[in-house]
Design a protein. Structure first.
Length: 386
């Protein structure tokens, strides 16, 4: 196992009815900014639960944070936070609201142009404390310090991470997910699956416990993903799905192991260029990365084939290919296509060159656990996924 430093200060408040307890985790004198998205929380009763829980506190609200949250929108929330002297941010929604709220929390305390946090990796020295009420299990954002922010004016989608941006608490009430449309449920399963793969599917690192954790999450998602779609109001299924998504990216399974993240970096550029949902990009790119890097990843691909897809016999190359095909079939079975063409992208043939150029422009010239995926190789990977 490699050396590591593990830090996760997020208190998880898991289960039905937990929204009612949030006030006891927010300082009594705080001026709270409740942030949310396009209105799903008003339809499913989560807004009312939050409002009831905050009765007695001083709070303001900022709605309209879009999927793939935009800098332009978030800066309006930063202005409100400064005007109202906000000292606690409460994000209520999916990964986009959580991510956007991390940026708001950091930007409100940032001196200078906050876009530099994303474009120039300007260090974040402080942020307003943040809590999250999660309504979409997918990103793990509720229990990590990362955020991915888009800028409409430039078409960029960039990420940052800071110790100061870990939520201080996150409510995971599986009931809040009952109202999710099937597309978002499927997206969440795929995103959590690929987060696990980015930290698992590299090369052996004498970390058998992390391997077993990762394989456990993958098995759980394979088992429960279809059930969550078939039975949208099955509490037990939603509960394990929600916990799986959090554990996939709260830092635990990544301790002491090499990590890939090439699929994500290529995927972010695809969302920025073509507007696909985050998880849709992952379903397209991951199988391509696995095939293109099968030599580097050979030992772990064989392990994955044997332990996750029960392919332990016969020709090794055939086992690896069978595991990659099984992965594609799993995504497709959830209703998430694994080829770019299925998303109706205009001029898809130009996609590899466009995405390659974007990666180069952003300085992402050596992706993957070995840093061997250049923009040109990323283009080749995508060319095989049209
Ligand atoms: O905006 P509202 O009206 O709330 O509707 C949302 C949105 O349209 C809806 N939704 C959320 N909860 C719902 C619901 N609809 C009905 N019932 C509910 N309970 O779902 C739609 C998508 O929401 P969004 O937050 O965009 O989805 P997700 O959680 O998948 O987040 C995606 C964003 O997270 C970033 C992605 O890049 C993308 O921008 N990521 C963040 C990561 C992190 N911070 O660690 C890691 C990930 O890899 C990812 O990159
Ligand atoms: Zn992701």
């Amino acid at each position: 196992m490699q050396n590591f430093s593990y830090y996760n200060p997020t208190r998880i408040l898991f289960g039905e009815g937990q929204i009612a307890s949030i006030a006891s985790h927010i300082p009594a004198h705080a001026r709270v900014l409740v942030t949310y998205g396009g209105g799903s929380i008003r339809k499913n009763g989560v807004y009312d639960q939050v409002a009831a829980a905050l009765a007695g506190l001083t709070w303001f609200e900022f709605g309209g944070i879009e999927p793939n949250p935009r800098y332009e929108t978030l800066m309006r929330a930063v202005a409100l936070a400064r005007l109202e002297r906000i000292d606690f941010v409460l994000a209520v929604g999916g990964g986009s609201v959580a991510d956007g709220s991390k940026f708001i929390a950091a930007a409100a305390r940032f001196e200078g142009e906050p876009w530099d946090i994303l474009a120039r990796h300007a260090p974040v020295h402080a942020a307003l404390p943040l809590g999250v009420v999660l309504t979409l299990p997918a990103t793990g954002s509720e229990s990590n310090g990362f955020a991915v922010i888009s800028r409409e004016a430039t078409g960029d989608k960039l990420s940052f991470g800071s110790e100061h941006c870990y939520p201080v608490f996150a409510v995971l009430d599986p009931r809040t997910t009952f109202s999710l449309p099937p597309r978002q449920v499927a997206n969440g399963v795929v995103d959590a699956f690929v987060h696990t793969m980015e930290q698992y599917m590299t090369y052996p690192a004498d970390a058998p416990l992390q391997d077993r954790f990762a394989e456990g999450i993958l098995h759980t998602l394979i088992e429960l993903g279809p059930q969550a779609l078939a039975r949208p109001d099955d509490y037990a299924v939603r509960a394990s799905l929600m916990w799986s998504a959090t554990l996939a990216l709260n830092g635990l399974i990544g301790c002491g192991v090499p990590q890939d993240w090439a699929t994500h970096m290529i995927g972010h550029e695809i969302t920025a260029e073509f507007g696909l949902d985050h998880a849709q990009t992952l379903a397209v790119v991951l199988p391509g990365v696995l095939r293109a890097r099968r030599a580097d990843k050979r030992a772990k691909l064989l392990q994955y084939a044997a332990r996750v897809w029960n392919r332990a016999d016969g020709d090794e190359d055939a086992r690896i290919e069978a595991a990659i095909v099984a992965t594609e079939r799993f995504f497709e079975s959830l209703g998430v296509p694994t080829r770019l063409a299925a998303y109706g992208v205009a001029e898809a043939a130009a996609a590899p060159a466009k995405i390659s150029a974007r990666l180069a422009a952003h300085g992402f010239k050596a992706l993957g656990e070995h840093g061997r995926i250049t923009p040109a190789i990323a283009g080749e990977i995508l060319a095989a996924r049209l």
